[in-house]
Design a protein around this ligand. Structure first.
Ligand SMILES: NC(=O)C1=CN([C@@H]2O[C@H](COP(=O)(O)OP(=O)(O)OC[C@H]3O[C@@H](n4cnc5c(N)ncnc54)[C@H](OP(=O)(O)O)[C@@H]3O)[C@@H](O)[C@H]2O)C=CC1
Ligand SMILES: O=C(CO)COP(=O)(O)O
Length: 354
C-alpha cells in the first residue's frame, strides 16, 4: 500500500477491515477478490495466523478458501497504515472501543464505514452517532447493510446489499460510492442510499424480529404465524422509522424488508436460531453457547425498546421478544400476550402512521 497520493489515483483503494469474525472475514475476502489491497485485522492471534498462512478462518468460516492476496494481522496500526478506507465489522458491543482505537491511527484521507448491526449497548445510540462523536466531523461515514449471510458471501453466492451515507455531510455520498465500488462485483450487487437512520434501524430491528419468528417456528405454530409476524414486524419497523426521521423507502428495501425476510426465514441466522431454541424450550444460556457466535438481538431488543419509549411508540412484537430474552416471560406467555391484543384496523393511521 503506497502513501504516495499519485499512486492512489491509479490503484484500487486499499481497504482495512477491522473484525475477523464471520462477516469481517467474508467482506475482506470479497474486497480482496475484487483486486483491492486488503488487510484484515483481528484480535485472536491463532485465527489471524491461519487466515494469513493457510487462507482459511477455521473458527468462523471453516472450510471456505480465502484469497491468497488477503493479508491478516493483529497489529491495528499496521492494518490501518496506508489504507484508503476503513471497514469496521466488530459486534455492536465492541464498536465504540474499536472506533476509539482506530481514530488516532487512521490515515487522514480515509473514510470509515461499518457493517455492524445494532445500537450502542447501554445508551441506545445509533452507530453513526457513536462514530460521529469519536471521529472528527469531516470524516466521511457510511453504513453497509442488507440481506447477507457471511457464509454465502464467502462462498461467492449472489448477494445484494446497500451502503448508506448521510446525504447532508460533504463527501459522504462520494464515500458511500467508494465503499459500494469496493463491494460490487460479478456475484455481488452494492446499492447506495442517503438514509443512515433508516438503514441502521432496519439492520438492528430485523435481528429482534428474527427471534420472534424463530420462537414461533420452534413452537411449531405454523407458516401463517411466521408470515403474520414478519408482516406485523415490518409494520413495527416502519412506525419507529417514521418517528426517528428515517425514510420509508429504506425500510421497504434491502436494509429493511430484504434483511427481515432473510433473517426471519433463513436458518443460517443466529438470531433466528436463538428463537428456535427458545421456542423448543432450551435456555437462553445453552442456546447462545451452542450458536457460539454473536447474537446481536440480545442487546438490541433492549435498545429498540429504549428508542420506542423515547418516541412514544408501542411495539408489541419487539417488546415481547425483549421480555422473553430477559427471561421475564416464557414463549407461551408471549404468544398469549400477542394473541390477546385488542382487535383493530390493520392501518389505523395509514401505512406509516403509529
Ligand atoms: N455474520 C453475518 O452473516 C453478518 C453479520 N453482520 C454483523 O456483523 C457484526 C459482526 O458479526 P460477525 O462477524 O457475524 O460475528 P462473529 O460472531 O462471527 O465474530 C465476532 C468477531 O468479533 C470479534 N470481537 C468481539 N469482541 C471484540 C472486541 N472487543 N474487539 C475486537 N474484536 C472483537 C471476535 O473476536 P474473537 O474471536 O477474538 O472473540 C470475532 O472475530 C455484527 O454486528 C453482525 O450483526 C451483518 C451482516 C451479516
Ligand atoms: O445480518 C445478517 C444477515 O443479513 C446475519 O444475521 P444473524 O446475525 O441473525 O446471523
Amino acid at each position: 500500500m503506497s502513501s504516495d497520493p499519485s499512486d492512489r489515483e491509479t490503484a484500487k483503494p486499499a481497504v482495512a477491515v477491522l473484525g475477523a469474525g464471520s462477516w469481517g472475514t467474508a467482506l475482506a475476502a470479497l474486497i480482496a477478490r475484487h483486486g483491492h489491497p486488503t488487510v484484515l485485522w483481528g484480535r485472536d492471534a491463532a485465527t489471524i495466523a491461519a487466515i494469513d498462512a493457510r487462507h482459511e478462518n477455521p473458527r468462523y468460516l471453516p472450510g471456505i478458501p480465502l484469497p491468497d492476496s488477503l493479508r491478516a494481522t493483529t497489529d491495528l496500526a499496521a492494518a490501518l497504515a496506508g489504507c484508503d478506507l476503513v471497514l469496521v465489522v466488530v459486534p455492536s458491543h465492541a464498536f465504540a472501543e474499536t472506533l476509539h482505537a482506530l481514530a488516532p491511527l487512521r490515515p487522514a484521507h480515509a473514510g470509515v464505514a461499518w457493517a455492524t448491526k445494532g445500537f450502542e449497548p447501554g445508551s441506545g445510540r445509533f452507530l453513526h452517532e457513536v462514530a460521529g462523536g469519536i471521529l472528527p466531523a469531516d470524516v466521511p461515514l457510511a453504513v453497509v447493510t442488507g440481506p447477507s449471510f457471511a457464509k454465502e458471501v464467502a462462498a461467492g453466492l449472489p448477494t445484494a446489499l446497500t451502503v448508506h451515507a448521510d446525504g447532508a455531510h460533504p463527501g459522504s455520498a462520494g464515500f458511500a460510492q467508494q465503499v459500494a465500488d469496493a463491494l460490487h462485483g460479478p456475484a455481488f450487487r452494492a446499492y447506495t442510499g442517503e438514509d443512515m437512520l433508516g438503514a441502521e434501524l432496519g439492520g438492528a430491528m430485523k435481528n429482534v424480529l428474527a427471534v420472534a419468528t424463530g420462537v414461533a417456528d420452534g413452537m411449531a405454530l405454523g407458516l401463517n404465524a411466521r408470515a403474520g409476524l414478519i408482516t406485523r414486524g415490518l409494520n413495527e419497523m416502519l412506525r419507529l422509522n417514521v418517528a426517528i426521521g428515517g425514510k420509508a423507502e429504506t425500510l421497504m428495501g434491502l436494509a429493511g424488508l430484504g434483511d427481515l425476510v432473510l433473517t426471519c426465514t433463513g436458518d443460517l441466522s443466529r438470531n433466528r436460531r436463538l428463537g428456535l431454541a427458545l421456542g423448543r424450550g432450551q435456555s437462553i444460556e445453552d442456546a447462545v453457547r451452542e450458536i457460539g457466535q454473536v447474537v446481536e438481538s440480545i442487546q438490541t431488543a433492549e435498545e429498540v425498546m429504549r428508542q420506542a419509549a423515547r418516541h412514544g411508540i408501542e411495539l408489541p412484537i419487539s417488546s415481547t421478544v425483549r421480555d422473553v430474552l430477559k427471561g421475564e416471560i416464557t414463549p407461551t406467555d408471549g404468544l398469549r400476550r400477542l394473541m390477546a391484543r385488542e382487535q383493530k384496523p390493520e392501518y389505523p393511521q395509514g401505512l406509516f402512521g403509529d
